[in-house]
Design a protein around this ligand. Structure first.
Ligand code: CAO
Length: 416
C-alpha cells in the first residue's frame, strides 16, 4: 500500500524529544527519514535512562521508530561532504540544535539553499527568532514555564506546576510537522523551499489560549466564575491555578472512588455539563435536585459546587472507577476513569486501534510504544522499531554514490 509521504526524503538532524517526535510521525506516514547522528554516541537519549545495559534506552526507541540511522561527524570535511550530498537529494531537513549550532557547523540557510533551492529547513528552538531569550537552550519544563502553562497548572495553595504531558517537546514537534507539510504543499505550487520554525514557547502558548481568554475576562470582570476561587475565595490580577476545575463552561472535578485510600488512581473525572444535570440527578439518586431552585441552574449550583461534588463522591464510595463510569455512561454523562500508565499499556481497545503497539527491536526484543494517534481510512500506519546507531550508514552512503572503497575511507577517517 502506498503511503502519503513515500516520495519525501527527510534529513533528521534532531535529538532528544521535540524534533524526533516530529520526524517519527512523518516516518510513520511514509517519509524516508534518515537520522543523522554523531559516530560513537548518537542521540543522547540512546543512553539516557537505560533499563538494559548497552541497549538503546526506551527514551530513544519511543521517538525514533521507522527511521534509518546514518552516523556522520559533520564537523569533519569528509562528513560535511556527505551531508552536502544528502542535502542535494532531500526534501526536508529538520533540526533542533541549540541556537546557532547549524550555522557554526557551516550549514547556514544561505548555504543550504545554494545546495538545494527546494529544501525545507524546519527548526525547533526554545524561543522564536528575535525573542529576547532567543539565545537560551530549552528543555520541556522550561518551555512549560515560559509558555504560561505552569503558572496556570496545579493548586492555588501550591507552586506553579508542570504537566506530565510533553507540551514543550512532542507538542512542538507536532506543530512543526504541520508546518513542514504546509511548506511541502506550498512548494508544490511555487517550486521553492523555505524555512519553517516553531519555538517551544509558542507551541505551549498555542495550547494555553483558553488561559489567555481567562486573563482577558479577569481584566474586565475581576473574577472567573468557573474557578474554585469563586465566589468564596479571592482573585488577584493574574489567572490563578484552578486545581482540577473544568476549564470550559462546565464545572468538573476529580472525584474519589472505591479504593482511593490505597490506589493512587482510584478516581474519575466528573463533568457537570449543563444539559446533563437531570441525568446526573437521576444517576446519583438525587431526583429532587432537578426541581430545587438551589440546584436547577449552573448559576445556582456554582456557590455550592464543592458540596455537590462531595455528594457525588459519597455516591461513588462503593463503586470502582470502572463501575462508576459504566453506570454514568448510561446517563450520557461526560466522565472517564483516571487511567494509570499501566492501565494504558494493557488497554485492549488501545492495542486494537494501534495507539499502543508492540514492536520487535534487534537488541531489546519486543517493546511497547505509542503508535499513531491519527487514523486514516486509506492508509495503514505500520510502526517499526528504531534503528541501531549507524545501522544504515553504508546503505545510505551507497545510495549517495559512494563505492565500497570510498565508504572504507570514510570509516577510516572516523567521519561516519
Ligand atoms: N557531528 C558533529 N557535531 C554534531 C553532530 C554531528 N553529527 N550533531 C550535533 N553536533 C554538535 C553541534 O554542532 C553542536 O556543536 P557546537 O555547540 O559546538 O556548535 C552540538 O553538537 C549540539 O549542541 P546542542 O546545543 O544542540 O546540544 P546541547 O546538548 O548542549 O543542548 C538542547 C541540548 C536540547 C538544550 C539544545 O539542543 C536546544 O536548546 N535545542 C533547541 C530546543 C529543543 O529542541 N529543546 C528540546 C529538547 S527535548 O527536551
Amino acid at each position: 500500500m502506498t503511503k502519503a509521504l513515500d516520495d519525501i526524503k527527510i534529513i533528521d538532524f534532531t535529538h532528544v524529544q521535540a524534533g524526533p517526535a516530529c520526524t517519527q510521525m512523518l516516518a510513520w506516514f511514509g517519509a524516508d527519514v534518515i537520522k543523522v547522528e554523531r559516530p560513537g554516541s548518537g542521540d543522547v537519549t540512546r543512553s539516557q535512562l537505560r533499563d538494559i545495559p548497552d541497549v538503546d534506552a526506551l527514551y530513544f526507541t519511543q521517538l525514533n521508530g521507522n527511521k534509518r540511522s546514518l552516523t556522520l561527524d559533520t564537523k569533519t570535511a569528509a562528513g560535511k561532504e556527505v551531508l552536502e550530498k544528502l542535502i542535494k537529494v532531500s526534501d526536508v531537513m529538520v533540526e533542533n540544535f541549540g541556537p546557532g549550532a547549524l550555522d557554526r557547523m557551516g550549514f547556514t540557510w544561505e548555504r543550504i539553499l545554494e545546495l538545494n533551492p527546494k529544501m525545507i529547513l524546519a527548526s525547533v528552538k526554545g524561543f522564536s527568532d528575535g525573542h529576547h531569550y532567543e539565545d537560551l537552550k530549552v528543555y520541556e519544563n522550561v518551555a512549560q514555564c515560559a509558555g504560561g502553562a505552569a503558572s496556570t497548572t496545579g493548586f492555588w495553595d501550591g507552586p506553579p506546576t508542570v504537566s506530565a504531558a510533553a507540551l514543550g517537546d512532542s507538542n512542538t514537534g507536532m506543530h512543526l510537522a504541520i508546518g513542514i507539510l504546509t511548506a511541502l504543499r506550498q512548494r508544490d505550487k511555487t517550486g521553492k523551499g523555505q524555512k519553517v520554525a516553531c519555538s517551544m514557547q509558542d507551541a505551549v502558548i498555542n495550547l494555553c489560549r483558553v488561559k489567555l481568554r481567562d486573563q482577558l475576562r479577569l481584566d474586565r470582570l475581576g473574577y472567573l466564575e468557573e474557578y474554585p476561587q469563586y465566589p468564596h475565595g479571592t482573585f488577584t490580577d493574574v489567572v490563578p491555578r484552578g486545581g482540577n476545575a473544568g476549564g470550559g463552561g462546565q464545572p468538573g472535578w476529580v472525584l474519589k472512588c472505591k479504593g482511593w485510600e490505597t490506589d493512587p488512581n482510584a478516581y474519575i473525572y466528573f463533568t457537570i455539563q449543563g444539559h446533563a444535570w437531570g441525568p446526573i440527578c437521576d444517576a446519583i439518586g438525587k431526583p429532587e435536585w432537578k426541581t430545587d431552585p438551589l440546584y436547577m441552574t449552573p448559576k445556582a449550583r456554582q456557590p455550592h459546587i464543592t458540596e455537590i461534588f462531595a455528594t457525588i463522591e459519597d455516591w461513588l464510595k462503593d463503586k470502582t472507577k470502572f463501575e462508576a463510569v459504566d453506570i454514568l455512561r448510561k446517563f450520557d454523562i461526560p466522565c472517564a476513569p483516571v487511567h494509570s500508565m499501566k492501565e494504558i499499556a494493557n488497554d485492549p481497545s488501545l492495542r486494537a486501534s494501534g495507539t499502543i503497539v508492540e514492536v520487535d527491536h534487534k537488541a531489546r526484543g519486543k517493546y511497547l510504544t505509542v503508535g499513531s494517534p491519527i487514523k486514516f481510512s486509506d492508509m495503514k500506519v505500520e510502526v517499526k522499531p528504531s534503528p541501531l546507531l549507524g545501522e544504515h550508514t553504508d546503505e545510505v552512503l551507497a545510495e549517495l554514490g559512494y563505492n565500497s572503497d570510498n565508504i572504507a575511507t570514510l570509516h577510516a577517517l572516523k567521519a561516519v
